[in-house]
Design a protein around this ligand. Structure first.
Ligand code: AMP
Ligand code: GLY
Length: 435
C-alpha cells in the first residue's frame, strides 16, 4: 500500500488514465508542474510518450488492471481522463487500496452515466433545465411525442460515446429515435430507458468546474464545435475545435450561471450524499429565458481541456491534488489573459469510417505558442507517426486575441502533412464575427 503524500507535499509519481487529446493535454500540464512528477499513462499515446510519460498497455476500462498498474508502479496519484472508468468505479477501487485519485467515485460518475439521474437532481433542486419525461416503453413514449411539439430531443439514459442524443427535427424522426433505442436496442442497455426532452435554442457553452465536496473553482469558459462540417452542419462528433474564453459568456452572465447553476449544482450533489472530487463539466444552453443545463459530465471535456489548461497560470498538479484531498479552499486559480484556440485534425470520413495508418509529419520548428496534442495516433513498424483514430490531433495556439490564436493554429494545421487530414476552418468564427 502506498502512503499518500499530504496536501502540502505534492505527489511525485502520477498515472494519467486515457489515450486521447484531453489526456495528452493533462500530461503536458502535469509535466509543467514545478514538482516535475514522474508520469505514467495507461494506455497513453505516442504524444504522451514524447512528453516523457511511460505508457502501459492497460485499457482505460480495465479497472483491476489499472489498480494493479498503480500498485506495481508505486503511483501516488491517479488522474482519470474518460467517463467510463469513473462510472465503473475506478476511483472507488483505488481508494480501497489507499491510492488517491482525481475524479469522482461511481456515485458521482453516475451523473454522466445516467441522464435520468441528473434530470431528477436538476428537477428536485430547481436548477434550470428543459422539461423532460422518462420512458422505458415505446407506446407511452409515442403518445407523449403527440402532445409535444418538434423539434424535440431523445436521449438514451446511459453512456453512448456522445452519440446517445438525437435532436429530432420532426415527429417522424423522433418516433424513429424512440423505436431505435427502446425496441431496436441501438445503444444496448444505455438506451433501455430514454428521456424525451423539450428542445432548447441558443448558444452552447461548456463550464468546467473543479469540485471538491462543497468547494469549487470555475475554470475559464470555452466553446466547442460539435458538428463535423463548417457552419455547424453534418453529424455530431466528439468535438472539432474549441476556443477560450467564450466571450458570449459575459462576466454578468457568468455570475448568473454561477448563482443559478454552478453553486446550486455543487450543493445539490453534496446534499445527495455524493462526495464529488473531480471535474464537473456542465453543458449549458444560453436560451433567451436564461442559461439552462443540458447535461452534466463528470470529467474534463475533449477538446475543451486543450484550450482551458494552457490558459491556467497555476500548478495544475497542485490544483487536481488539492481537489482530490478536499483542500481546495484558498487555492489561487491564476488565469492568463491570452486567448486559446484548438483546431482538431480528423481523418477523412470521421465520424463514420476512416482510414488508418497514414503517415503524419509536423512542421519544424513548431512556432512558439503552438502545441499539438495527439489523440488517434500510433507508431508504425518503421517508427513513423501514423493516424490510428477518428480525431487524430489537436492544434492549440495561444495569442493576445482570438484572431492571433486562430492565425497561428491554422498556419500549423495547413503545414501538417497527412493525406487524410480534414479540419474545420471556422473554429471561433462566430466570436470573430465571420458568420
Ligand atoms: P451530449 O452528447 O450529452 O454532450 O449532448 C449532445 C448535444 O445534444 C448537446 O451538446 C446539445 O447540442 C444537444 N442537446 C442536448 N439536449 C438538448 C436540448 N434539450 N435542446 C437542444 N439541444 C440539446
Ligand atoms: N467536447 C464535449 C465532451 O467532451 O463531451
Amino acid at each position: 500500500m502506498v502512503s499518500p503524500a499530504d496536501s502540502t507535499s505534492l505527489p511525485t509519481k502520477v498515472l494519467v488514465v486515457g489515450s486521447g487529446g484531453r489526456e495528452h493535454a493533462l500530461v503536458r500540464a502535469l509535466a509543467a508542474s514545478p514538482t516535475q512528477p514522474q508520469l505514467i499513462a495507461a494506455p497513453g499515446n505516442p504524444g504522451m510518450q514524447a512528453e516523457g510519460a511511460t505508457c502501459h498497455q492497460v485499457a482505460a476500462d480495465d479497472i483491476p488492471g489499472l489498480v494493479k498498474l498503480a500498485q506495481s508502479t508505486a503511483t501516488e496519484f491517479v488522474v482519470v481522463g474518460p467517463e467510463v472508468p469513473l462510472a465503473l468505479g475506478l476511483v472507488d477501487a483505488l481508494a480501497d487500496v489507499g491510492i488517491p485519485a482525481f475524479g469522482p467515485k461511481a456515485d458521482g460518475g453516475e451523473l454522466e452515466a445516467s441522464k435520468i439521474r441528473t434530470k431528477q437532481i436538476l428537477q428536485k433542486y430547481g436548477i434550470p433545465t428543459a422539461p423532460a419525461e422518462v420512458f422505458s416503453e415505446v407506446k407511452p413514449a409515442l403518445e407523449y411525442l403527440k402532445v409535444r411539439s418538434a423539434p424535440i430531443v431523445i436521449k438514451a439514459d446511459g453512456l453512448a460515446a456522445g452519440k446517445g442524443v438525437i435532436v429530432a427535427a420532426n415527429r417522424i424522426e423522433a418516433e424513429e429515435a424512440v423505436r431505435d433505442m427502446l425496441e431496436g436496442n441501438k445503444f444496448g442497455a444505455s438506451g433501455s430507458r430514454v428521456l424525451i426532452e423539450d428542445c432548447l435554442v441558443g448558444d452552447e457553452t461548456s463550464i468546467l468546474v473543479i469540485v471538491s465536496g462543497r468547494d469549487y473553482l470555475i475554470l475559464p469558459t470555452s466553446q466547442d464545435h460539435k458538428r463535423i462540417g463548417e457552419g455547424d452542419t453534418g453529424p455530431n462528433t466528439g468535438g472539432m475545435g474549441t476556443y477560450s474564453p467564450a466571450e458570449v459568456v459575459t462576466p454578468g452572465l457568468l455570475q448568473q450561471i454561477e448563482d443559478e447553476i454552478v453553486r446550486p449544482s455543487v450543493e445539490a450533489i453534496a446534499d445527495e450524499g455524493i462526495d464529488f472530487r473531480g471535474t464537473l463539466f456542465i453543458g449549458i444552453m444560453l436560451t433567451a429565458q436564461g442559461p439552462s443545463v443540458l447535461e452534466y459530465n463528470t470529467r474534463f471535456g475533449d477538446p475543451e481541456t486543450q484550450v482551458v489548461l494552457p490558459r491556467l497560470g497555476c500548478d495544475v498538479l497542485e490544483l487536481l491534488w488539492r481537489a482530490a484531498q478536499g483542500d481546495l479552499q484558498d487555492f489561487d486559480l491564476q488565469v492568463k489573459p491570452e486567448h486559446a484556440m484548438c483546431v482538431v485534425i480528423a481523418a477523412r470520413g470521421y465520424p463514420a469510417s476512416y482510414p488508418k495508418g497514414d503517415v503524419i509529419t509536423f512542421p519544424e520548428p513548431m512556432p512558439d505558442k503552438v502545441a499539438i496534442v495527439q489523440a488517434g495516433t500510433a507508431r508504425n513498424e518503421s517508427g513513423q507517426l501514423v493516424t490510428a483514430g477518428g480525431r487524430v490531433l489537436g492544434v492549440t495556439a495561444l495569442g493576445p486575441d482570438l484572431q492571433s490564436a486562430a492565425n497561428a493554429a491554422y498556419d500549423v494545421c495547413d503545414r501538417i502533412e497527412c493525406p487524410s487530414k480534414i479540419f474545420r476552418r471556422d473554429i471561433g468564427a462566430r466570436q470573430l464575427g465571420q458568420s
